[in-house]
Design a protein around this ligand. Structure first.
Ligand code: C2E
Ligand code: MG
Ligand code: MG
Length: 698
């Protein structure tokens, strides 16, 4: 409906006004009558076709011109023109020269009789060009997004996918866009995961706040697990309202897998797949944090296999590993889901039990662990009985940090080991006192050599088969501590061995023993044999050389055949080439080898076969218990007989009574040592006594 002011509508001026306006319209406009005669054409129309007014004035009614025009336009439409759809009541005509027009046709009837066609040509060239540009840009943009390794997507306000890039399709294993268009995440993910995403997106639509989600795992309908990090932004339409969600997501599954692998390697023991020391420490930390919130006790259990080294050495490394794997499997059965179990090193395992109401809770675990070793293990088709020792400590009672609690559990474990293993012990303050004493001993030992706090004693060894003559002496070290007084070698020798100080101390003992013996030799003319206790650690030390001992002895006029190197069979538990080489060397240099504390250790008999030994020292346990336990005595006699058969000398240790002396002599034992004959003596006292004995004989 158009409008015209009343005073103009009937006025010819109005017609002129309209004509002018129509002529100047930026639209090409023409009117045909029903016979397709051109009735009217405005300026723009004439410019479009390049007509002059006079051409038209002359031939306005000419059929020819009209046909010509029709031909041009029709031919244009047919030959040159592509008719585009999308405009309901108009036809798009594209000319070869690039111009594009939309042609609108309006049929109308005049005064109820005559029909006319109004045609409007609207020049769309500029707009079409712009549209083309935009389409091209969009195309470029789409190509670009498809090249991106990240997944891009656009969802409408109903959280249904409207557009996704190639990466998205690949990542989700989709064939094409149709597989996802108009669908939501329930098509892709398990319910738990799409519901989380749905909630998140509803929040974005509600609040307009973007979401940068954490690294997260999603499980697809086909069960694949993928890790991605997703950023989602609200999408605003032209009216400024949120009409959808735009998101991009980075697939970090591979990276995550690598990270997990590295993490696995850093935190788990590769052999047993149990957590390692590192992860165990983390678990402790979490347990301690939980304890701070809810103060329930934490129990730490250290488990160590008894004699694992022997198994490893005798059955081989692979069997040792098999055993550790089987032990790990059995230990797993002993813990509750909230407890942690770890392999700390070698044959050392640990259990962290949290949330303990009382000590009984952990005792249940302890009993279970010990029970796991009741059944033998089947390793390389062999049935193997293995036992374990357990040390237990509690937090916060025995310590508030892992190091302390671990150290205390370790002290308890050591005590179990010391008492023969196959048992468990809870940490006590008494144990701690022992250990801290050892710590300070280690410290004080460092200064003892320098401060000349050591001295030696000689304990006579008698010939039992003759008139109890003193034929040999054993060198025993003595330490007078400036504050503690006399400290027993049983207490400080193990510490010296652990700290390595035994190397220096051992050298000192040997030199001192030879010097004092040389003096006694000179004074008395007696040629006593002297034995010196030697730790394996000394023979393993770099630079140890038996020749130096020989030179020292020669220099002082002591015959090497008078020197006895006393070793314990522990030496053979871990025999290394160097140690065995030194022992051979001693023999080559004419010194003797004596096996101390014989009968108490592991494979006593078997290594007599393989190693050259001159003397057996029957352990004092045989002498002590022989009266109470007849089996002991039978064993002692058997050992004495065996030694004789092997042409070894036997020295019985720890003889305290005449009765002991008698039955040992009767059993054929050649030599004896013990308080019954003489306590260990200072070199001065020994010299005195020897002189006295010489005097009384003479
Ligand atoms: P061992 O080599 O078996 O020495 C014998 C130990 O038994 C000595 O203890 C000695 O005093 C003690 N003993 C001797 N007769 C009797 C007896 O009738 N009854 C009892 N109950 N004990 C007796 P000691 O001097 O306390 O030495 C203990 C251990 O320390 C020695 O045992 C030896 O293994 C070690 N040791 C001593 N001196 C040295 C040393 O210079 N170097 C090394 N590496 N170890 C040493
Ligand atoms: Mg000895
Ligand atoms: Mg001994």
């Amino acid at each position: 409906m158009s409008f015209a002011l009343k005073q103009y509508s009937d006025n010819p001026i109005y017609t002129r006004l309209l004509q002018t306006a129509l002529s100047r319209l930026p639209l090409a406009l023409c009117i045909y009558d029903a016979d397709t005669n051109l009735v009217y054409a405005n300026d723009t129309y004439m410019e479009l076709w390049g007509f002059e007014e006079r051409d038209l004035a002359q031939e306005l009614n000419s059929q020819r011109l009209t046909r010509q025009l029709e031909k041009v336009t029709t031919e244009s439409s047919q030959a040159l023109v592509e008719v585009l759809s999308g405009y309901d009541d108009c036809t798009r005509i594209e000319f070869r020269d690039g111009r594009i027009f939309d042609l609108f046709t309006l049929k109308f009837r005049l005064e109820g009789k005559k029909d006319f066609n109004l045609r409007i040509w609207r020049d769309q060239s500029q707009q079409a060009w712009q549209l083309e540009q935009v389409t091209e840009q969009l195309g470029m943009f789409k190509t670009l997004t498809n090249l991106l390794p990240d997944q891009l997507f656009f969802k409408d306000a109903n959280q249904c996918y409207m557009e996704v890039n190639e990466s998205f399709l690949v990542h989700h294993g989709l064939e094409g866009m149709d597989a996802i268009l108009g669908l939501n995440d329930s098509t892709l993910l398990l319910p738990e995961y799409w519901k989380r995403s749905e909630f998140e997106e509803q929040e974005i639509i509600r609040t307009g706040k973007p979401v940068v989600s954490d690294l997260r795992e999603e499980v697809r309908l086909n069960g694949d697990r993928v890790w991605s990090q997703c950023t989602k932004l609200p999408y605003y339409d032209a009216k400024g309202e949120i009409s959808g969600i735009f998101g991009f997501s980075v697939d970090v599954t591979d990276q995550r897998r690598n990270e997990q692998l590295i993490w696995q390697q850093a935190n788990y023991d590769h052999l047993t797949q149990l957590p390692n020391r590192r992860l165990f420490a983390e678990r402790w930390h979490s347990a301690w944090q939980a304890h701070l919130r809810d103060p329930k006790a934490i129990g730490l259990l250290l488990i160590n296999l008894d004699g694992f080294k022997i198994i490893n050495d005798s059955l081989g490394f692979q069997s040792g590993e098999q055993l550790l794997v089987s032990v790990a499997e059995r230990l797993r059965r002993c813990v509750r889901s909230k407890d942690s179990i770890a392999r700390l090193s070698g044959d050392e395992f640990a259990i962290l039990a949290t949330d303990l109401k009382n000590e009984d809770d952990l005792r249940v675990v302890v009993r279970k662990v010990l029970a796991q070793f009741d059944e033998p293990f089947i390793i390389s088709r062999q049935s193997l009985t293995v036992h374990a020792s357990l040390g237990v400590a509690y937090a916060p009672e025995d310590g508030e940090d892992l190091d302390t609690v671990m150290m205390h559990a370790d002290q308890a474990l050591h005590e179990v080991k010391r008492q023969g293993g196959k048992n468990w012990k809870r940490f006590t303050e008494e144990l701690n006192a022992n250990v801290s004493q050892q710590f300070s001993l280690a410290n004080d030992l460092r200064y003892a050599v320098k401060n000349q706090e050591f001295s030696i004693n000689f304990q006579p060894i008698v010939d039992m088969q003759s008139n109890l003559e003193w034929v040999k002496v054993e060198t025993l070290i003595r330490w007078h501590h400036p504050r503690r007084g006399w400290v027993s070698p049983a207490d400080f020798i193990p510490v010296a061995e652990q700290t390595g100080l035994i190397v220096e101390i051992g050298e000192w003992v040997f030199h001192e023993a030879i010097e004092r013996l040389a003096e006694i030799q000179q004074e008395t003319g007696l040629s006593l044999l002297v034995s010196v206790n030697v730790s394996p650690r000394q023979l393993k030390a770099e630079g140890f050389d038996p020749n130096r001992w020989l030179e020292h002895a020669k220099k002082l006029g002591v015959d090497p055949s008078n020197i006895v190197v006393e070793i314990t069979e522990g030496m053979f538990l871990d025999p290394d080439e160097q140690v065995l080489g030194h022992l051979d060397r001693f023999t080559e240099l004419d010194m003797k080898i004596s096996l101390d504390d014989f009968g108490t250790g592991y494979a006593s008999v078997s290594f007599l076969e393989n190693f050259s030994v001159d003397v057996l020292k029957l352990d004092r346990a045989f002498v002590n218990d022989a009266e109470k336990t007849p089996r002991r005595r039978i064993l002692a006699e058997a050992i004495i007989n065996m030694a004789k058969a092997l042409e070894l000398e036997v020295v019985a240790e720890g003889i305290e009574t005449e009765a002991q002396s008698d039955w040992l002599r009767a059993a054929g034992c050649e030599y004896g040592q013990g308080y019954f004959y003489s306590k260990p003596l200072t070199p001065g006292k020994l010299l005195e006594q020897l002189r006295e004995r010489q005097g009384s004989k003479g």
